[in-house]
Design a protein around this ligand. Structure first.
Ligand SMILES: Cc1cc2nc3c(=O)[nH]c(=O)nc-3n(C[C@H](O)[C@H](O)[C@H](O)COP(=O)(O)O)c2cc1C
Length: 274
């Protein structure tokens, strides 16, 4: 009894830290203390890693975007210096309504997705065939010029909903403002082997040489299972087992090539005014 009283008196004299240290290693307060310290240390390490890796992530995202633009323009070669190769493009910010490039924004920092969310820079769509909800009034585009300074190709971002996800990609269009040079998506979550076949090089190759507009100037490109008897130059074969993704791709391409998309700009390209 007196031993217990002595220990109690000694612990009381030690103060709260001394009393805590004197507790057995497997006591509840010590277990909680170790768990809390571990959580704090782990969260600090994760935060530090996230902050210090952010510039690298941004650099990688930019490089990835540049590779995609080079690929759709047929200029990508594995192992090349991407930033150097990308310098052939003239980046610009396009005002969709007028179809003219604007110097209101810096193309190097203009963010298409942020612009589409900004009420000042975008419009809410009521008639929305590409299911994008809001459309930015300004879009960053990339122009490739020939040795004489005339437009050779324009690379335009496109996006819209497929079956499960929004597909983001680029379309490269030739100087006539109608012939597709290439189309590719760089982000989507369609099912691999079904809707994901939009990434299949064989399917993508069909787009090359197809004509967006008919003689009347209307968007004529279609994706369907059956090739129409006429208008082969506007036809893309559907992916079997992916009718809904294909319909989404058709809707988004037709939307972006239409009057609310790039049609005014492509008319200016055709007229040699860009
Ligand atoms: C697990 C699963 C994933 C699917 N993913 C897709 C897809 O990514 N894109 C698509 O169009 N259809 C997808 N489908 C099929 C559609 O549900 C639908 O059956 C199909 O578009 C119609 O097939 P069809 O193209 O042969 O007419 C998927 C079906 C299942 C069961």
């Amino acid at each position: 009894m007196s031993d217990q009283r002595e220990t109690l008196t000694a612990n009381t004299q030690k103060g709260p830290i001394g009393r805590f240290l004197a507790l057995p290693a497997d006591s509840t307060p010590k277990t909680i203390f170790v768990a809390v310290v571990l959580c704090l240390v782990a969260s600090m390490v994760v935060s530090l890693a996230a902050v210090s890796l952010r510039p690298l992530q941004q650099q990688n995202a930019l490089r990835n975007q540049q590779i995609n633009i080079l690929q759709v323009a047929g200029l990508y070669e594995p192992g090349q210096d991407v930033a150097k190769a990308f310098a052939v493009f003239e980046p610009g910010v396009l005002e969709l309504e007028t179809g003219r490039l604007t110097d209101k924004f810096d193309p190097a920092t203009f963010d298409n997705r942020a612009a589409a969310k900004d009420p000042e820079l975008s419009v809410a769509l009521t008639d929305d065939p590409a299911s994008i909800v809001r459309q930015a009034r300004f879009v960053s585009v990339y122009i490739l010029r020939d040795a004489n300074g005339a437009v050779d190709k324009v690379i335009l971002p496109i996006h819209g909903y497929g079956l499960w996800s929004t597909l983001y990609g680029y379309v490269a269009i030739e100087a006539d403002g109608s012939t597709i040079y290439g189309l590719q998506f760089y982000q989507h979550a369609e099912t691999p082997g079904l809707g994901g076949e939009v990434d299949n090089p064989r399917w993508r190759a069909q787009w090359s040489g197809k004509s967006i507009y008919n003689d009347a100037g209307d968007v004529a490109i279609t994706i369907s299972r059956m090739a129409p008897p006429r208008g082969q130059e506007h036809h893309i074969d559907a992916i079997s087992g992916a009718t809904l993704t294909g319909r989404g791709v058709e809707n988004l391409v037709r939307f972006w090539m239409g009057d609310r998309g790039y049609a005014p700009f492509l008319a200016n390209v055709r007229a040699g005014e860009i």
